[in-house]
Each structure stands twice: as C-alpha cells, then as structure tokens.
Design a protein around this ligand. Sequence first.
Ligand code: AMP
Length: 280
Amino acid sequence: MIKVLDSLDSFIDYRNDISSKVGFVPTMGNLHFGHLSLVEKSLVENKITVVSIFVNPKQFGEAADLENYPRTFDEDRELLENLNKRYPDKKISIFIPKEEDIYPAGFDQYISIESLKDISEGETRPGHFDGVATVVYRLFNLVKPTNAYFGRKDYQQLLVVKELVRQKNLAVKIHGLPIIREADGLAMSSRNIHLDQEQRKESLSLSKSLLKILFDLQTNGLESANNLIQKMLEDKRYNYLEIREANHFAQAKPSDTDLVIVGNFQLGSTRLLDNVEVTL
Ligand code: AMP
C-alpha cells in the first residue's frame, strides 16, 4: 500500500525517519505516462520515491486555468499503486501538501531565475517561472531528495530548476527525461483532456512544425530555419516558435551546436507546449 501524506507535519515526521536515498517527482497530478516515466526511473534509482501532487497557484496566470486544472487523485493513486507493484522492493509515497503548507500566511520569499524568467514561455506567462522556482525550492527543502526527476517536455522549466540548484547550492541531482508522446506525436499533457475532437486534430500542427523546422535546420542551416519560423508565425495560434541554444537558452547563433526548437500553440483556452532537441 502506498503511503499518502496529506499534511506538512505528517510529511516531516515521515521524512525524518528515512535514511536511504530519496527520489522525488514533483507533479500537479492528473498523471499520465509522461509522469509515470519519471516515477519509474526514480523507482529504479532510489529505494524511496516521493511523488508530490500540488497544483501550484503561483505558477498560473489566469484564475480560470487554475480552476479548470484537472484534479484526479483517486486515479493518480491507482496508477502509482500499479506501477509500484512492478517494483516490490521499492516504495512510493505521495505527498499532497495543502496550499498553506507551501505558502504560509504572509509568505513573500519568491525565487526568481532572472536569466530565464522573461523569455519564451516566460514572456507569454509573466510570473510563471517565479512560481515554478519558488515551489520547487520549497518542495526540495521539505523532501530533501537525493535525485529529482523532471520531463524535458518543459524544457525551459528544467533549465530553471538546474539553475536554481546551481545558484542555491542544493545537494540534489537533477535528471531530465525524454518527452513521452501519444502515438500520433502529440506530447502528453494533463491539459490535453481540454481539447475537443477538432482541436485534438489541430494539435498535431505543433509537433509537425517542430519537425519541419528541425529538418530545415539540419539541411539548410539556422537562417533558413528562422525564415521558415517567420512564415509559420503568420498562424496566430503560435504563442512562440524559437530556436535556442540548449544549455543557456540564448537565441541560437550559427556557431552553436546544441540547440532546442521550442514552441507553444494555443487552441481555444488550452496552451500546448513542445520542443525538439538537436545537436548539429
Ligand atoms: P506537471 O504535472 O505538468 O507539473 O508535470 C510534472 C512533471 O512531469 C514535469 O517534470 C514535466 O516536465 C513532466 N512531464 C509532463 N508531461 C510530460 C511528458 N509528456 N513527457 C515527459 N515528462 C512530462
């Protein structure tokens, strides 16, 4: 049986009794195979895996997006229980903090990763990465993980977390794991359930565009790929499409070899995020 810790005090007591390696997978719930791939990697590498489920209000812009975010705890627990059965000598516990556990009254200690917060995803979602860096820092302080697992789907978020760890000297190893996709290429996301049938079809434009840009980049070079992006951006559903240097996330230069093509596509009120990494 998986342990569910739903208060700060119970989690602290639980954590203080653990002396083995702890793997940590922070999530906002509504788990899918993308999340489960992170949990499975953590199960392989650590005796104990903590999965947190916390829909972090500080990383949402619009109130409606926060309200509509899918909350499916019973299904989430069942998925984790089934996964844990395949690793009988390992343990998963679920930490579901309350909002006041993470943000006590009078809270004002935000963390900002200045070099990353206002570009790409940050430019179209002001304050989002302050919310991400802040919640991850606070969760790390409680969970004290040896290893923490993040998806490369949220590529910029992964860089924010790595920079947080570097700047705060945190003793945790960050692992970035591959994007898990549906059979037709759509990157799995908790937000995909908001897509209607028509939008679900249109959603493929994003991964297809990223692959076209990748092909152009590899065959014709950066300038040509950037021209292609300019044409694609005439479709106003793209919040952005950009080629960035993969480690520092600066605008790509012709001399860069490690690149990431990042994009965000808007379908109704649903934002879809995706990327493709490439080494030239
Ligand atoms: P979320 O619940 O959306 O905050 O995501 C929790 C973690 O799962 C983050 O590290 C995400 O990057 C990761 N994740 C979400 N979707 C995917 C996916 N399709 N493939 C791999 N990792 C993912």
